[in-house]
Design a protein around this ligand. Sequence first.
Ligand code: UT7
Length: 327
Amino acid sequence: MIRAKISGIHAWVPPYILNNKELESMVETSDEWIITRTGIRERHILKGEGLGTSDMGAEAVKGLLEKTGTRPEEIDLLICATVTPDMLFPATANIISDKTGIRNAFSYDLNAACSGLIYALVAASRFIETGSCKKVIVVGADKMSSITDYTNRETCILFGDAAGAILLEPTTDGTGIMDSILQTDGSGRVHLHMKAGGSIKPSSHETIDAKEHFVYQEGQPVFKFAVTKMADVAAEIMERNNLTSKEIAYLVPHQANLRIIEATARRMGVSKEQVMINIERYGNTTCATIPLCLWEWEKKLKKADNIILAAFGGGFTWGSIWIKWSI
Ligand code: UT7
């Protein structure tokens, strides 16, 4: 049986660090409030005129190709999960491919908000399992600072910029992507969206004056859904594969709020040591949170380790993946 294995992982974060202290000088907030409610201490921000999501994605992909000894022309497909594309069209995946010399591939963007990385991994795995692609790169990249209102304390403390890239290839050794659950509830869009800039409300002087090109989030309802759905879906993938908490090497949760991560871990019955958490240093980087974790924990992972990825995001979207680590 052909499965898709993760054969390489790399990530890139911009050098500028925006810490809670600096945010205290921008909005009415405190380091203590931010840490207690979210677990975030600092986040990285991409500075520089003309730089976008593709620039971070390209850095991650270049590092991945180098690290895995892969030539750009060997790549068959590149999928970029993002909510902050360089522009509405063409796809940021095409721009990343162009910037990294990937010329023999097709590429496209996938928008599932904070669950984007999980959705993209599942899509990529299908192209590999069916034999239509041999080497696929999944990029999770977001320049959240480009859609964050730094006068709104409810959202500006949450987000950071980053990119991660994952190489997938076929394997028959019993490891790889073993199972996945993806779910959507479009009625949740009212709680988390961007009001203008799309076809319902194209950009205008009025939409800019009304600050409608930023993330709009009703924190509490999103929190309520996220805390339940992410825990449910992580527990469900364990149950239906008869995995006990002892058999799990790591939970890799989307990093939106430390309290949501802890609730998911409790529901799965795993200890803190079994959970990848780096929200403290990066904040919520939307599609990049999961690859950032895998990249930082890579050296601790052993072949055949059971890893559960879980995410929840705008849409609403949520999902989980069971991976048997291959490297
Ligand atoms: O990644 C995609 C999915 N997104 C999520 O999963 C995010 C889910 N939501 C959350 O993580 C949390 O709801 C937030 C971190 C966004 C907010 O935390 P909360 O515990 O739900 O706070 P709250 O919105 O209920 O606000 C509590 C109080 C309010 O004041 P009052 O009305 O009690 O006087 C807010 O105005 O805290 C106030 N507040 C702040 N105070 C200091 C809100 N933001 C801040 C702030 N600093 N930055």
